[in-house]
Each structure stands twice: as structure tokens, then as C-alpha cells.
Design a protein around this ligand. Structure first.
Ligand code: GUN
Length: 284
């Protein structure tokens, strides 16, 4: 059996589904979904992510607007832009690329985005809906993409021991909510966790979002584990790599996501899915 979970193949299949639905809805209603992407400053990684989000919109027939603001933008200015976008008829999704400069409160910005247009799934209302299993909320894109990958690869989640490394609001915590909803037994580990390997070795499904190149070695995983690598790091040769030492663990895993070509592609795809969902909820 093939061990590698092909993120490109899965995300292409989902993108085809979205594209088809967008085309059909356009024919039926004359309207198309719209996404506004806000970028502050010149963070190189953020620019790459934003570029990929805009390109994917174009690919799928989704309208997009990019707001590239100076890193000196004030909190007030950004809040005003969000208010404008909240009211804008042709915009279904609003995304402020993180991180934002320190002089602006990230939580204030997230709270200001209408929860009905919060396609990142970061607004407290959507975070809460995800936790209580209310399917009308937006799910955070990376964890949503991971669940979608597991399901499309027919990987059993129910009753499995899942260990997540990382407790961020973007990945770790929403990942736990979604895995609980799928009836996994979930443990979240983080930088203060003691005996980390003791915990990860018990995982049927191990999800790593630590941001340390090749941190997960074979002596940290269970035989036959499913390993999901959310890391996006550079190795000693400046080559893109994940949190997992792929070559080291490969023989021991049952399934594994590569970096690049794994989870990363799913994140943007699920953002498109959320934008389409917002359009259907609010404008049809
Ligand atoms: N920065 C890193 N990941 C993300 C994401 O999923 N959404 C936004 N808005 N910013 C991010």
C-alpha cells in the first residue's frame, strides 16, 4: 500500500469540486463568491501565502481583492478597512494574513471581522462552534484540511489515540476540536510537555505543528502510526522540510504526509471551500 498521502492530488480533487460548483452557481445566479485578503508589511512568507491564495481564487473563478498595506498602518485604519469589508456586498470572506505588526492587537482584529465572513475560522464564535460541533461555523483551514485528508484516504479516526504537538489557536486547538468531533481520543502536547516521546509513541495519529526542522524521529513514533506533518521549515541546506524527519520515520509509519506536497496545499484549498460556503450561506 502507498504510504505517502498526496496532498496535491487530494487538494486538486477538492478544487475541481469547488470550481464546478462556482461555475454552476454563477450560471444560476449571475453571482460569484468573493474573498478579500489583507496583508500588512513585507514578510516574505506572508507574501508567498497571500500570492497563492489570490492565484487559487483566480483558478477557481472566485473574485478576489488584495489590500497590501504598509507595516505602519494603525490599528484604527485596519479596523476601518474591516468595517468596510464587513458591509461589502460582493465580499463573502475576509482574511487578514497573520502575523501582523506588534502595535496592532491581533485579537481585536479577529474579533472585528464579521463571524459570517471569517473564512479563516479564527473568530471566537467560529472557534466555539467548532468546539461544540456546530457545523454552521467556519472551521480553521489547516485542521479542516487535515480531517479532509484523513477522510478521503479512508483513515479511521473514531476511537484512535491522536496526539497533537502544538497548542496554537490556528492549528493545535481547532485540530483537537475537530478530532474530538470525529470521536478520536485527543492529547495536546506543547513546549512544556514532559516526556514528550512517551506521549507521541502512543499515538495512532500523530500531528506535528511545532516548527522545528526534522524534530520527529523514529524513536518517537508508534509502529504503523499515521503521521501528519504541519511543519514548514528549512533544513541545514535551506531546503523546505517539515517537523518530521521523513527518511528516518518512513519505514515505521503506515501513512505520512510529505513536506512540501502535503498539508500546506490543503490549507489554501479549504479557504476556498469556506469562501464558497460563506457565499452559499449569505448570498443565495
Ligand atoms: N498565517 C499563517 N497561517 C495562516 C492562516 O491560516 N490564516 C491567516 N490569516 N494567517 C496565517
Amino acid at each position: 500500500m502507498k504510504k505517502i498521502i498526496d496532498g496535491r492530488k487530494i487538494s486538486n480533487a477538492i478544487k475541481e469540486e469547488i470550481k464546478k460548483e462556482v461555475t454552476e452557481l454563477k450560471e444560476k445566479t449571475g453571482k460569484i463568491p468573493g474573498l478579500a485578503v489583507v496583508l500588512l508589511g513585507e514578510n516574505q512568507a506572508s507574501k508567498v501565502y497571500v500570492g497563492s491564495k489570490i492565484r487559487t481564487c483566480e483558478e477557481l473563478g472566485i473574485f478576489s481583492e488584495k489590500y497590501h498595506l504598509s507595516e505602519k498602518t494603525t490599528e484604527e485604519e485596519l479596523l476601518r478597512l474591516i468595517q468596510t469589508l464587513n458591509k461589502k456586498e460582493n465580499i463573502d470572506g475576509i482574511l487578514v494574513q497573520l502575523p501582523i505588526p506588534n502595535h496592532i492587537s491581533e485579537q481585536k482584529i479577529i474579533d472585528a471581522i464579521s463571524y459570517k465572513k471569517d473564512v479563516d475560522g479564527f473568530h471566537p464564535i467560529n472557534v466555539g462552534k467548532t468546539l461544540i460541533g456546530d457545523k454552521t461555523g467556519f472551521k480553521s483551514c489547516t485542521p479542516y484540511g487535515i480531517i479532509e485528508m484523513l477522510k478521503r484516504e479512508n483513515i479511521e479516526i473514531s476511537g484512535k489515540d491522536a496526539v497533537i504537538i502544538g497548542r496554537s489557536n490556528i492549528v493545535g486547538k481547532p485540530m483537537a476540536s475537530l478530532l474530538i468531533a470525529e470521536s478520536a481520543t485527543v492529547q495536546i502536547c506543547h513546549s512544556r510537555t514532559k516526556d514528550l516521546a512517551e506521549k507521541t509513541k502512543k499515538a495512532d495519529i500523530l500531528i506535528s505543528a511545532v516548527g522545528k526542522a526534522k524534530f520527529i524521529k523514529k524513536d518517537m513514533i508508534k509502529d504503523g502510526a499515521v503521521v501528519i506533518d504541519v511543519g514548514m521549515n528549512r533544513d541545514e541546506n535551506n531546503k523546505l522540510c517539515g517537523d518530521v524527519d521523513f527518511d528516518d520515520v518512513y519505514e515505521k509509519v503506515s501513512r505520512i504526509t510529505p513536506v512540501p506536497g502535503g498539508v500546506g496545499l490543503m490549507t489554501v484549498t479549504m479557504l476556498m471551500k469556506n469562501t464558497l460556503l460563506s457565499f452559499k450561506n449569505n448570498r443565495l
